[in-house]
Ligand binder design. Structure first.
Ligand SMILES: [Zn+2]
Length: 442
């Protein structure tokens, strides 16, 4: 296939906040991420209207203390370390690479081993249009209310932001850690379900989602939750696990409860679970719009929450590079996140859900609107600057090319002139010489 040098670049529509959209090419997309600006790539979903987020009756006390403590004791740090080591051994898990498909296949087989012999637990690949790395969904079908769904999410892709298609991305923390956190919680939860002839099968449906292409702008989870919305599925809550292994200060170990762009009510429930079942406290923190896959759930009207490894400013700074490695992480900390997952699942698996209302996420206060506006102007300025820079480089190249061609032409005409001169001079000299040679034929 021939690639035309001036072929038009694909443009993507990115949602930087509910009211701020930009059109960019692929390089600009990665450049935004390098600056720490997250977004939802809504190229395929832009025309879809925003859906208000549902509010349900989340428990304000816990009922499964003994069970959760008992299961949590079985969290196996050695197993978690081994799984994470394997996951980070793939050169990259970039969603457009062949390695990314191989790592997904490995994860699929791991999930198969966990769920394979239970008749009401289904494992499905969720394929995407446009790239080969698939998402995965483990569905533990509820025995009473199979349409009430509780989702535990994490993304399994990784990225090196310098050159995504070329450089390695072990992605230990982002998001090998969240993947393994959920893998371990799922393993133990399935083990619990199986006790005494499946007596612990949940009333509601519990789903564990492993998304592809979060790093491309929540692409995998947007496909999943948009499909769920189209099919009118009822997701009662979604808990995201993304970056669960880095501890910046061991003396002040905690988890970070995200409070922006999440369901306030569900987040209150998550705090209750942390206080009850984790050995470490939480700190409230913010991560901006679309900072992980829970953003896709919220955008489709599903209440979601996100708990990260610590206060956002002190999270792992080695992510999105070759330095996001396992040696910088604490498996014990990841285990704390597994407790959060187990506690959340146990306390919601038999809940009789009641819809209490809906909330429009777009209703923002004046300050947020001004902030968005300022950000928009800032982005515009930045883009204009890049454009100007590109134009000046182009002009510079043009001038250089002109000088080069001018020099070449001058040199060439000079050489031709000289050649003519030498030719005429030599010929004339020879003729004169011949004429003056005695005895010549003349
Ligand atoms: Zn991530």
């Amino acid at each position: 296939m021939r690639i035309l040098p001036f072929a038009l670049k694909t443009l993507y529509t990115l949602e930087l906040s509910p009211s701020n959209h930009v059109k960019v090419n692929e390089e600009e997309k990665w450049s935004l991420l390098k600056q720490g600006i997250k977004f939802i790539d809504v190229t395929n979903y832009f025309s879809k209207p925003e859906i208000p987020v549902a509010i349900y009756n989340y428990p304000n006390e816990t009922f499964y203390d003994d069970e959760v403590y008992r299961i949590s004791e079985k969290i196996n740090h050695t197993v978690m370390y081994e799984k994470l080591a394997k996951l980070t051994s793939f050169y990259t898990r970039y969603y457009k690479s062949k390695h990314g498909v191989e790592s997904a296949q490995w994860l699929y087989e791991e999930l198969e081993n966990i769920v394979n012999d239970v008749e009401f637990i289904h494992l499905n690949k969720f394929e995407h249009k446009g790239w080969k790395q698939f998402s995965m969904i483990v569905r533990i079908e509820g025995k009473k209310n199979r349409d009430n769904i509780v989702v535990i999410g994490s993304h399994h892709d990784s990225i090196n932001l310098i050159l995504p298609s070329v450089l390695g991305a072990p992605g230990a923390d982002d998001n090998g850690s969240g993947t393994v956190t959920n893998l371990e919680a799922l393993r133990l939860y399935v083990e619990y379900i199986k006790e005494d002839g499946m007596k612990n099968r949940p009333d509601n449906t519990i789903e564990f989602h492993f998304y592809s292409a979060e790093e491309g702008g929540l692409l995998g989870s947007m496909d999943v939750f948009s499909r769920y919305r189209e099919e009118n599925k009822r997701v009662m809550c979604m808990l995201q696990q993304d970056m669960t292994g880095y501890v910046s200060d061991e003396k002040n170990e905690h988890v970070g409860v995200i409070t922006d762009y999440v369901s306030v009510e569900f987040t209150e429930f998550l705090k209750l679970i942390i206080n009850k079942y984790l050995s470490i406290p939480y700190l409230e923190t913010k991560c901006g719009y679309a900072c992980s896959d829970h953003g896709s759930a919220i955008r489709n009207g599903y209440p979601a929450g996100f708990v990260i490894e610590g206060e956002f400013k002190n999270t792992n700074h080695y992510i999105h590079s070759t330095m996001d490695t396992i040696d910088r992480l604490s498996v014990g900390h990841m285990g704390e996140h597994s407790k959060l997952v187990l506690g959340s699942v146990m306390e919601t698996c038999a809940l009789g859900w009641v819809l209490k209302g809906v909330k429009r996420q777009k209703t923002k206060d004046k300050r947020q609107k001004t902030k968005d506006k300022r950000q928009k102007t800032k982005d515009k300025d930045k883009r204009q600057k890049t454009k100007d820079k590109k134009n000046s480089i182009y002009m510079y190249k043009l001038v250089l090319l002109y000088i080069y061609i001018y020099a070449l032409t001058t040199l060439a005409s000079w050489s031709i002139f000289n050649f003519h001169f030498i030719y005429i001079f030599t010929t004339t000299s020879l003729v004169t010489l011949c004429k003056n040679t005695p005895g010549g034929d003349g």
